[in-house]
Design a protein around this ligand. Structure first.
Ligand code: PMP
Length: 335
C-alpha cells in the first residue's frame, strides 16, 4: 500500500487528497464513479486550494508581504481557506459576508481569527453588495490585497496544476469523464483544462443546480436561470474570468432532491458525510457515466468532486425542521 509522504509544513497538507470509488453511484451509472475527497483538506473543503494559490500568487506579484492583509467577500469555504492560509503565512484576514448567512459560518470564521464585516444581503448591482464592499475595503486598507476568487484566475490554476494531475496520476491515466458544479468555476474549468491537456478525449461536463444560468448558456448560448436551489457555494449567473474558455462538452441540470438522495445514500450506505454540492456533483457524475456508457461500451471511469464536509451543515441539511422549512424530504433517521 502506498504511504502518504510526510509533509514539511502545514500548508503542504492542502491538496493531494484521496480518490475513492463510490459503490452506489457506480452501480447506478453502470461504470466507475470516483470521488475526489476535498473534505480532507485542512479547511475541510475544495476551496483551500484556491485560497493557497491566490495568496501565493499575490506574494509572487509583490502585492502581499509581511504585515499584509487578505480581504475577501465570501460567506463560506473560501473565507475559511483564506483564514487558514493567512494564519500559516502570518497575514491578517478580513472577510465580508451578508448578515443572513448561518451562525455556524460566522462562528467558524471568528474562531479561525478572521475579522468579520457583516453587510445587508443585496443584489450584485448594489454598491454595498459583499463583493463590492470587500474590494473597497481592500483598496482602503494599508498592505491589503483583494482575493477576488471569481475573476482571479490563480483560482483555476490551483486545479490545472493540482487537482487535474493528481486525478490523472491516481487513475494512472485511465479517465473518461469529469464533472462538477460551479461557484466561481475554478474547479470545473481548471480541472477540465488540466485533464484535457493530458488527453483531449476526456469528456468534461457541467453539473448545474437549479437556479443557475450556466446550463442554458452551455446548451444554447443563453445565460438564463430557472428554478432555485438551497445548495451553498454553487449556482452561477455569469461567465466569470475563471470560466472563460472552460472546455465543456456536455451539461446536466440536477435538482436539490436528486442531490439530497445521494447525500443520504452516501452517508447511510458508504459512511461519507457530505454537503449538498457533493450530492449534486455525484448525481451529475452518474448522469455523465450513463451517457458515456451509451456512447461506447462499459468500463468507463468518471470523476467528480466531494466538495466539503457535511459537518458544516448540521443546522441545515442534517436538521429536520430546516429540511421541512425548505420543503425537502427529511432523512428517515432524523424523524
Ligand atoms: N461546493 C462548495 C460547498 C463550495 O463552497 C464551492 C465554492 N464556492 C463549490 C462547490 C464550487 O467551487 P468553485 O468555486 O471552484 O466553482
Amino acid at each position: 500500500m502506498n504511504q502518504l509522504p510526510p509533509r514539511e509544513k502545514t500548508l503542504d497538507l492542502i491538496g493531494n487528497t484521496p480518490l475513492v470509488l463510490l459503490k452506489g453511484p457506480s452501480e447506478a451509472a453502470g461504470c466507475e464513479i470516483w470521488g475526489k475527497c476535498e473534505f480532507a483538506n485542512p479547511g475541510a473543503s475544495v476551496k483551500d486550494r484556491a485560497a493557497l494559490w491566490i495568496v501565493n500568487d499575490a506574494e509572487a506579484r509583490g502585492e502581499l508581504g509581511p504585515g499584509g492583509t487578505v480581504v475577501e467577500g465570501t460567506a463560506g469555504n473560501t473565507g475559511i481557506g483564506i483564514a487558514l492560509v493567512a494564519n500559516a503565512k502570518g497575514y491578517k484576514t478580513i472577510i465580508v459576508m451578508p448578515d443572513n448567512q448561518s451562525k455556524e459560518k460566522m462562528d467558524t470564521l471568528r474562531a479561525l481569527g478572521a475579522e468579520l464585516v457583516l453587510v445587508p444581503p443585496t443584489k450584485f448591482a448594489d454598491p454595498n453588495h459583499f463583493v463590492h464592499t470587500s474590494r473597497r475595503l481592500a483598496e482602503e486598507t494599508e498592505g491589503a490585497v483583494w482575493a477576488n476568487q471569481f475573476d482571479n484566475v490563480a483560482n483555476r490554476r490551483a486545479h490545472i496544476e493540482g487537482t487535474a494531475p493528481e486525478i490523472w496520476e491516481q487513475l494512472e491515466g485511465r479517465v473518461d469523464g469529469f464533472t462538477c458544479a460551479v461557484g466561481t468555476g475554478g474547479t470545473l474549468a481548471g480541472t477540465g483544462m488540466g485533464l484535457k491537456a493530458f488527453d483531449e478525449k476526456i469528456q468534461i461536463a457541467l453539473t448545474d443546480p437549479h437556479g443557475a444560468a450556466l446550463y442554458n448558456y452551455y446548451a444554447n448560448g443563453e445565460l438564463k436561470a430557472e428554478g432555485s436551489s438551497v445548495a451553498e457555494g454553487i449556482g452561477q449567473g455569469r461567465i466569470t474570468a475563471n470560466l472563460e474558455g472552460a472546455p465543456i462538452d456536455t451539461q446536466f441540470r440536477i435538482s436539490d432532491e436528486e442531490g439530497m438522495e445521494w447525500v443520504a445514500r452516501l452517508l447511510r450506505e458508504e459512511g461519507l458525510c457530505l454537503g449538498l454540492s457533493s450530492g449534486i456533483n455525484v448525481a451529475g457524475a452518474v448522469a455523465l457515466g450513463k451517457e458515456l456508457g451509451q456512447n461506447g461500451g462499459g468500463g468507463k471511469r468518471v470523476v467528480t468532486i466531494l466538495c466539503d464536509t457535511g459537518f458544516r451543515y448540521l443546522s441545515s441539511l442534517y436538521n429536520a425542521e430546516w429540511l421541512q422549512s425548505k420543503k425537502l424530504p427529511v432523512f428517515d433517521w432524523l424523524r
